[in-house]
Design a protein around this ligand. Structure first.
Ligand code: ASP
Length: 452
């Protein structure tokens, strides 16, 4: 059994939905289909999810949201008409949205999630209807009925373990089941959404629950590339990769597959196949538990900006028991999550995402670190980017770091920080944001030959 997830561009209009359904119908193993809300039809278009957010915000502001409602309805009505589904579908979607708008607004986040979930929910119903109209045995199943339980965290929910047992039953349904991505229900009965782009996570949860042979993730690119095409022109495709490599790459900006989507399939050992709805015969990228590769091979180069570092130094830090814990405890008490902690004998840097570390928080943290830890020096550096060299087969191969640092030196990129996890699957370099693209190109030239 295959679980297929189709992203927003695969649902963007009737022609795309026809392509996606053609793919589903071409293989009887494709029995569980997860869909996103209709996405962008062109670069300047707006995703239905964003239209729904605008609708919810207008309603929360107290003004009549008729214009915003019409924008959402137009998208669905156009799709339903072009798929030949008849008037009733658009009327049902309108009733659904008006029902959601009538929900209690005291909790803004809850109201917002109820509206956001409408994108995927209505899309899944519509796809099931279209499949049935072609004569296929197809049904929509709601996350409530199927028991997809998530934590009670609006816009940032996580799967609860009992979901897997509930969802395993989907395996026994005959025909094709169409399931909306991106949302589920909390134990309190509220609609809760996953982080943005979360339909990838729904697909992964379902694939793990039904123990699928493969989780097919249908998107709009031929494959994952070894470096971002936005930085390196015409990078090489990446036909095969391990979960760990993909995790490292998507952490640092490989947007093809949601960062949090790997965990469920990883634990269940279900491989992932990333495919292009617009070019199904392209090989795509296959993500599996292990792979064989030549010693020293680099799988990919990723980079992400938006980081900052807190640098702390204190003479004889290495002898002070509990120093690291107390430092991290200050961050914990300030509600900050940290990414990395490269350290020296008498100093430690804590790398954080910049967006959670505003000026007020920075002032509080620095004051506490100075006072509670009696440090010699503490400072914050902003505008950092992380550049990662990733590859399972780099493990125990001598000289990869030397090649990377020599490439940086040739390109005139100053390395602010280096970190290599003990797993040796990745090497991380901190550089200034302004140097990020140059750093990635330098590494690409070194490990993959000159960019073409
Ligand atoms: N529609 C949601 C979003 O735009 C979820 C998804 O497409 O995966 O974030």
């Amino acid at each position: 059994m295959k679980v297929c997830k189709f992203g927003g561009t695969s649902m963007a209009d009737a022609a795309q939905i026809r392509k996606a359904c053609g793919i589903v119908l071409a293989d009887p193993e494709r029995r569980l289909v997860v869909v996103s809300a209709p996405g962008k039809r062109s670069k300047t278009d707006v995703k239905v999810t964003d239209l729904l957010i605008a609708l919810a915000e207008k309603a929360l502001g107290g003004a009549p949201p008729e214009k915003e409602l019409a924008a959402v309805l137009d998208r669905y009505a156009g799709i339903a008409r072009d798929l030949g589904l008849g008037e009733g579908v658009a009327r049902r979607i309108e009733a659904d949205l008006r029902g959601r708008l009538a929900a209690d607004r005291t909790n803004r986040a809850r109201f917002l999630d109820t509206l956001k979930a409408a994108g995927e929910d209505n899309c899944a119903r519509l796809v099931a209807e279209y499949l049935a109209s072609t004569g296929a045995e197809a049904r929509y199943v709601s996350p409530r009925e199927a028991g997809l339980l998530l934590t009670h965290e609006f816009g940032n929910a996580q799967v609860l373990p009992e979901s897997y047992k509930n969802l395993a039953k989907l395996r026994d349904l005959p025909g094709i089941t169409v399931f909306p991505g991106f949302f589920g229900y909390s134990p309190q009965g509220a609609v809760v959404t996953l982080p943005r782009g979360g339909s990838d996570i729904t697909g992964s949860i379902l694939a793990a629950a039904v123990k699928a042979d493969v989780y097919e993730n249908w998107t709009d690119v031929d494959s994952v590339f070894v470096a971002s095409p936005a930085i390196v022109p015409g990078p090489r495709p990446l036909p095969e990769i391990t979960y760990r490599e993909m995790r490292e790459l998507s952490y640092a900006g490989f947007g093809v597959f949601h960062e949090e989507a790997l965990a469920p399939v990883f634990h269940a050992g279900v491989p992932v196949s990333i495919k292009n709805t617009n070019n199904p015969s392209a090989v795509g990228t296959y993500i599996r538990p292990d792979r064989t590769c030549p010693a020293g091979q680099v799988a990919g180069i990723a980079a992400a900006d938006g980081f900052c570092s807190i640098y702390v130094s204190k003479y004889l830090m290495n002898r002070e028991i509990g120093f690291g814990r107390r430092l991290l405890q200050i961050l914990e008490e300030e509600g900050l999550s940290y990414e990395h902690t490269p350290s020296g004998i008498d100093n430690i840097s804590v790398i954080l995402r910049e967006k959670q570390f505003g000026a007020a928080r920075e002032a509080r943290v620095l004051e506490r670190v100075r006072r509670e830890l009696a440090v010699d020096d503490v400072s914050v550096e902003r505008g950092l980017a992380l550049v990662m060299v990733v590859g399972e087969c780099m493990r125990r191969v001598v000289g990869i770091a030397a090649r990377a640092t020599a490439a940086f030196a040739r390109a005139g990129v100053n390395i602010e920080m280096i970190n290599q996890g003990s797993s040796e699957v990745s090497m991380m370099f901190g550089v200034k944001v302004a140097d990020m693209a140059r750093a990635v190109r330098a590494l690409y030239d070194e490990f993959f030959g000159r960019a073409n």
